[in-house]
Design a protein around this ligand. Structure first.
Ligand code: DLL
Length: 433
């Protein structure tokens, strides 16, 4: 039987959800207008006042916020409550530019942790469980968010943070951890290490994993599930909106329910900004309707995905988003062709390779080059050159039919690609360096 952390909210009628969104949006717009001169100016430039926003149907009238706005307004420009009311900041890793600093009141932290608690319960967690949180703790939101959610559910929480893989495995085994929270790439690394230690899935107490913070393919999910003998659930979020738990997967494992009592989601055409209907792929835009300290309206995430209101078997009524294919700024344009690293990952895993790869893009004689370095499994490893070139050719063919582009593939020895304990760095784009 499906369990919910807050059944009355998670399975509320669509009318009820709309009513919450209408009321909360109207209040939030007023709160921002009164307290955030930066956004008020944007509204004035667009000729919109709080009186124009009577329900969520008017959302499209509001101006967008982008990462660029966050940089311009750094650090206090989007703060909507006095600093005395704030109790914490978290910050992004800054991989795509200057760090973003987000502020939280105690209530903001509470609602964030509640969202994470919903995710843990959806993954089968209860106060009987031991939840090991192997996301990084600190400025990154992964550790603190899932830690708080785990407390709320009443799990025994093991705050290992990331790194020190052998110690991770020791705790999982000695303290019978049943739920593991970390990035999918770190989960794959932990799984690989356990396999090398000769552990089989039935010797590992884990039953579920809550993995997110980076794009990962269905194939990678299968791999992790098989090696650890668990069900692997996706979780999504971003610092700007709170952190993990903006959306999470349920037992159906077919997309992530967005916590719509706190966040309104839209999909827009990234070129024109036009709102797209359900089922069309585009850029995800969020409006946070309950947060007080750092309430972003129509924030462009740059994540590309699809929304669906189709009925979910789990009984939750909140809209589902597909796995993001990665950020629009992760998308590589190679010889004019759009390429997402996750497409490359799908080809590799389908041909039996592990998710240990690196994508190197360069420009030689004015032409883009795509070099994919792929690690062989120990079973595949051979010095038979004929065998290696056949394997490489199969990968080149697979990539060509997935991407419509010829890549160079280099097979490398097991363990030669650096493992990730947090978000994996898969792409080196030398054109930008
Ligand atoms: O990664 C928050 C988080 C922590 C989510 C732990 C899930 C688990 P940021 O560091 O601000 O926050 O990065 C946010 O990561 O815009 C997406 O591009 C990407 N991302 C997050 N979750 C997923 C996911 C955290 N499940 C950015 N699938 C987002 C794909 C994801 N991409």
């Amino acid at each position: 039987m499906e369990k919910y952390y807050q059944p009355e909210i998670e399975t509320a009628s669509r009318e009820q959800i709309k009513q919450w969104q209408d009321e909360r949006l109207v209040k939030q717009v007023k709160h921002v207008w009164d307290n955030v001169p930066y956004y008020r100016k944007k509204m004035e430039e667009k000729g919109v006042t709080p009186d124009d926003i009577k329900s969520r149907d008017d959302l499209y009238k509001l101006p967008f916020l982008s990462k660029d706005d966050l940089r311009k307004a750094y650090p206090y420009g989007l703060l909507a409550t006095p600093l005395q009311n704030c109790v914490r900041i978290q910050s992004t890793s800054g991989t795509t530019g200057k760090r973003v600093v987000a502020f939280y009141t105690q209530e903001d932290i509470d609602l964030w942790e509640t969202c994470c608690a919903r995710a843990i319960v959806a993954a089968g967690g209860s106060n009987e469980d031991v939840c090991q949180v192997s996301y990084g703790y600190g400025l990154f939101t992964g550790g603190p968010g899932l830690n708080g959610g785990s407390h709320k559910v009443g799990c025994l929480t093991i705050p290992t943070s990331s790194g020190n893989t052998e110690r991770q495995i020791m705790f999982i085994r000695d303290l019978n951890a049943t739920i593991l929270c970390c990035t999918p790439s770190y989960a794959a690394y932990i799984a690989e290490t356990m396999k090398e230690m000769g552990l089989t899935p039935d010797q590992i107490p884990l039953k579920a994993g809550i993995f997110g913070a980076e794009a990962w393919s269905e194939e990678m999910r299968q791999d992790i599930q098989n090696t650890l003998g668990i069900k692997a659930y996706d979780i999504y979020g971003l610092t700007e909106l709170s952190g993990p738990g903006v959306s999470f997967e349920c037992s159906a494992q077919t997309g992530m329910h967005i916590n719509e009592d706190h966040f309104i989601a839209e999909i827009i055409d990234p070129e024109t900004g036009e709102v797209l209907p359900d089922g069309e792929q585009g850029e995800l835009v969020f409006t946070s309707i309950t947060k007080k300290a750092f309430p972003l309206l129509r924030y462009r995430t740059r994540d590309i995905c699809v929304l669906t209101h189709e009925k979910c078997a789990c009984g939750r009524t909140h809209v589902k988003m597909s796995k993001p294919r990665g950020r629009s700024d992760d998308m590589l344009i190679i010889r004019g062709v759009n390429v997402f690293p996750s497409q490359i990952e799908t080809v590799l895993l389908n041909q039996g390779y592990p998710a240990n790869y690196q994508i190197i893009v360069d420009r030689v004689n004015h032409t883009d080059t795509l070099d994919v370095q792929v690690e062989m499994t120990p079973e595949m490893f051979t010095d038979n050159m004929g065998e290696i070139s056949k394997r490489q050719k199969d990968l080149v063919d697979g990539l060509r039919s997935m991407l419509g582009l010829t890549a160079k593939v280099t097979l490398v020895a097991p363990k030669s690609i650096v493992r990730s304990e947090g978000k994996a760095v898969r792409v080196i784009d030398k054109r930008k360096i």
